[in-house]
Design a protein around this ligand. Structure first.
Ligand code: FES
Ligand SMILES: [Fe+2]
Length: 417
């Protein structure tokens, strides 16, 4: 197919061309909020272990809209938009906590709501000294907070604004659930949080984590220390919609000749490099499947991953058309002994925002944002792994899951006929 043919075919042609305008157009960003995040998608909100007790709450996001996720007195989970039903003030300001008497009180005029979002009380509802107050027909039952439908899978909490959505179980589907089952097969604990501000459009991060091609090329550390090499056994899987994906690498032993040939023109493989502190990699494997890297995404904006002995959710929180926050929830297992926990925390240093992996991914996003700026008439070339049908592949030299993301994105974003 020629470039002219492809341009004429538009984005529907196997999604091997992605218009740069999608990364900087404010109208696109506004439409994503309405039809993607508030549309027929399940959005990651947090983990059940973060809100174990009745009254516990945390702040989550659906796109760039803040929501409060609550453990109710009966032990269920309820979520509502963090915007007061009176005049819209941000109701809850702390990132997480426990609501006294199972109620949230708005700072502005002190309207009180229960943890499921129902309006409990309105100060001066009946006026003062017989004057003022709300109209006689004011009905508190009609002024609840706007709630989301909430479901959980293996302790991951998701919410949707689309009441007719199929279940979360079906949304995840048979290719994604096994990856969650693998990590959440034992009780987890939260080891900590990171927030990484990235000056790039949020979709560039989804492209990044669906792109096994870059991982052995951008990241010197990955390649040199054998965490992720293009020569490893690798697979890219997608669900039926192609919106969710799994990238997995397994260590199948070294072939130095093959490695040297592959990296002969670039400096991202340096077998002579040694760590001054080799304890960074003295962690025991958690599974016997030799998986060194597992990067799973749930459309639109959750990533769940394993890099060596580190496990985390990464939630891509848009902050505008040209910026997002990567919100890391860093996981360990309840069964970890002190040495295992220490090992995970130490290893986190190289994976996280101040280390050698996420810092580089953030910079890659910034570079694309910068490089595409003002060039809305151009498009990226996404052909590694072929430009044919979007289907699973058993190689890491591929960008097929990036095309899968854009296929699903386009299905939801295109204007109704
Ligand atoms: S805005 Fe919340 S009570 Fe007035
Ligand atoms: Fe990366």
């Amino acid at each position: 197919m020629t470039e002219a043919d492809r341009a004429a075919a538009g984005p529907g042609e196997n999604f091997a061309r992605v218009p740069f305008a999608l990364f900087s157009d404010p109208a696109t960003f506004a439409r994503e909020r309405d039809v993607l995040f508030r549309g027929p998608t399940w959005n990651y909100l947090g983990l059940e272990v973060e809100i174990p007790k009745p009254g516990d709450y945390l702040l989550g996001y659906v796109g760039d809209v803040q929501v409060v996720v609550n453990r109710t007195p009966a032990g269920g989970i309820a979520a509502f938009e963090n915007s007061c039903a009176h005049r819209g003030a941000q109701l809850v300001r702390r990132t997480r906590g426990n609501a006294a008497q199972h109620a949230h009180t708005c700072p502005y005029h002190q309207w009180r709501f229960d943890t499921a979002g129902a309006l409990l009380s309105v100060p001066q509802e009946h006026g003062v000294k017989g004057k003022g107050g709300m109209p006689a027909d004011f009905d508190k039952r009609r002024h609840s907070l706007r709630t989301l439908r909430v479901e959980t899978y293996k302790g991951l909490i998701f919410g949707t604004c689309a009441p007719e959505m199929p279940s979360l179980y079906d949304y995840l589907g048979p290719k994604i659930r096994p990856e969650i089952d693998r990590i959440f097969d034992r009780p987890i604990v939260v080891l900590g949080y990171w927030r990484q501000a990235v000056p790039a459009n949020w979709k560039l991060y989804l492209e990044n984590v669906k792109d096994p091609y870059h991982a052995s090329l951008l990241h010197l550390y990955h390649t040199t220390f054998g965490i992720y090499r293009a020569t490893m056994a690798g697979r890219v899987l997608m669900d039926d919609t192609c919106g969710h994906s799994v990238l997995r690498t397994a260590d199948i032993g070294e072939n130095p000749t093959e490695m040297k040939a592959l990296y002969k023109d670039i400096d991202k493989y340096r077998p002579g490099y040694k760590l001054k502190d080799p304890s960074l990699f003295e962690t025991k494997p958690d599974y016997d499947d030799r998986v060194t890297n597992m990067i799973m995404t749930v459309f639109p904006n959750l990533m769940l991953g394993q890099v060596a002995s580190t496990f985390q959710t990464r939630h891509v929180r848009p902050k505008g058309v040209d910026g997002f926050e990567l919100y890391w929830t860093y996981l360990g297992f309840a069964s970890d002994d002190a040495a295992a926990r220490e090992g995970r925390l130490r290893q986190a240093n190289f994976v996280g925002p101040a280390g050698y992996i996420s810092l580089e991914d953030g910079e890659a996003g910034r570079l694309v944002q910068r490089g595409t700026h003002g060039l809305g008439d151009r498009a990226s070339v996404v052909e590694m792994g072929g430009d044919g049908a979007i289907a699973d592949q058993d190689t890491l030299a591929t960008e097929v899951a990036v095309r899968g993301f854009w296929k699903r994105y386009h299905e939801l974003m295109r204007p109704a006929p």
